[in-house]
Write a protein that binds this ligand. Structure first.
Ligand code: NAD
Length: 360
């Protein structure tokens, strides 16, 4: 097992990453001082697959468990679902010390995290991510949120868990598409800060895809360490944390215009490549680096091409994105694999060329 420590003063906590950790959850919660009641929020698929083993571990350590199920899907990240959860929680809560365990992918992590952050002005949160996207990225950094109308992830808070348990054995039941989707943000962490990690991913991709446990444990813990390092320096997203948005200016536009048919990681993968091409056209990134990125994205099973979306709609969506400053679109661009910079100085024609260009 790997342990990644998140040092944020009174919000500090540990992330445990390894195989078979669900069975140790009860004991780990006792070790950090919890006892008595707790609430698990999960979805039907994850409950069916992992609900029993988690409940057994918790009951074995003397916890009294209430499990609440939320239907699957991004549309559940809403104030309406949060409202239903508040309602169910009123039957359980007599005191604010009862923790909420978010068992599932990024949707459950964001939704249950938002509920934990707001119910009774905050109750303890434990993240138990079960997708690669959630273990390698979304459960880290304390951003919890719901969507509201056109506002994606904009009703939320910074709220850190007391403990995160990433049981890599749970990844065995993901589909190939879900596994690939989770690799995009992990690749991103290599591009923004760690060239050596990027090379490690290139060399070990076959083992990652075949779910080799030692390799997965190393990849997820290193991905977590990179994100944690950034979050520790800029917890509230006022500066450095922007670099985590590499691939997201174009990526969010693709998600919006495709009406979420293109998944988050897939959209970020296409976005990373388009933004690398922008850097290339600006003369700051060598062509050979773009080719390396394209090869890794393709080998990871992620798309490298725009899925037939209208250019105008994409540019329009980018202009409506939160990363816009005084009418200019803000980009995080690579100088090389392992180093990025932030700029608002990219002309619309370069953006259009980069989106259309598919010949690296
Ligand atoms: N908070 C952040 O910093 C942050 C960062 C990136 C993405 N996100 C959010 O993450 C969400 C996407 O998360 P996701 O990709 O994990 O999707 P998801 O949570 O919708 O999960 C995808 C599907 O996988 C199923 N599933 C989960 N674990 C499984 C397992 N082990 N085996 C089999 N099936 C399993 C779920 O039931 C669900 O149907 C989006 O809402 C996005 O906005 C948040």
């Amino acid at each position: 097992m790997q342990k990644v420590s998140v040092r944020l003063g009174s919000n500090s906590y540990n992330i445990h990453i390894g195989p078979g950790l669900l069975a140790q959850t009860g004991q780990k919660l006792k070790e950090i001082g919890f006892s008595g009641k707790l609430v698990i929020i999960t979805d039907p698929t994850v409950k069916r697959l992992y609900g029993n083993s988690l409940q057994q571990s918790l009951a074995g350590s003397g916890f009294e468990v209430l499990i609440i199920e939320v239907p699957e899907g991004e549309e559940q990240k809403s104030l309406e679902t949060a409202g239903k959860l508040y309602h169910e929680l009123t039957d359980v809560y007599t005191e604010r010390t009862t923790p909420i365990l978010a068992l599932g992918g990024g949707v459950i992590g964001d939704l249950a995290g938002f509920v934990a952050a707001t119910y009774m002005r905050g109750v303890p949160l434990i993240q138990i991510p079960t997708t690669l996207l959630a273990q390698g990225d979304s459960s880290i950094g304390g951003k919890v949120a719901v969507n509201h109308g056109q506002l994606k992830n904009k009703i939320g808070a910074f709220y850190h868990p007391r403990l995160t348990i990433s049981d890599i054995s749970t990844l065995k039941t993901l589909s190939t598409r879900e596994l690939s989707d989770g690799l995009a943000e992990i690749i991103k962490h290599g591009v923004i800060q760690d060239r050596e990690f990027f090379s490690y991913l290139e060399e070990n991709l076959a083992k990652i895809k075949s779910l080799d446990e030692p390799v997965l444990e190393r990849v997820i813990s290193h991905s977590a360490e990179i994100k944690v390092g950034v979050v520790e320096k800029d917890e509230l997203d006022l500066g450095l944390r922007n670099i985590l948005n590499y691939g997201h200016t174009v990526g969010h536009a693709i998600e919006t215009v495709s009406e979420l048919k293109v998944w988050h990681g897939e959209a970020v993968a296409i976005g990373m490549l388009a933004e690398a091409r922008i850097a290339n056209k600006l003369g700051v990134l060598d062509q050979s680096e773009t080719v390396r990125l394209k090869n890794l994205i393709a080998t990871a099973g992620l798309p490298t091409r725009l899925p037939g979306l209208q250019l105008e709609k994409l540019i329009q969506a980018m202009k409506h994105d939160k990363k816009i400053l005084q009418g200019k679109i803000r980009f995080v661009l690579p100088k090389s694999i392992g180093e990025v910079f932030i700029t608002e100085e990219v002309s619309q024609s370069i953006i259009e060329q980069a989106l259309q260009d598919e010949n690296d």
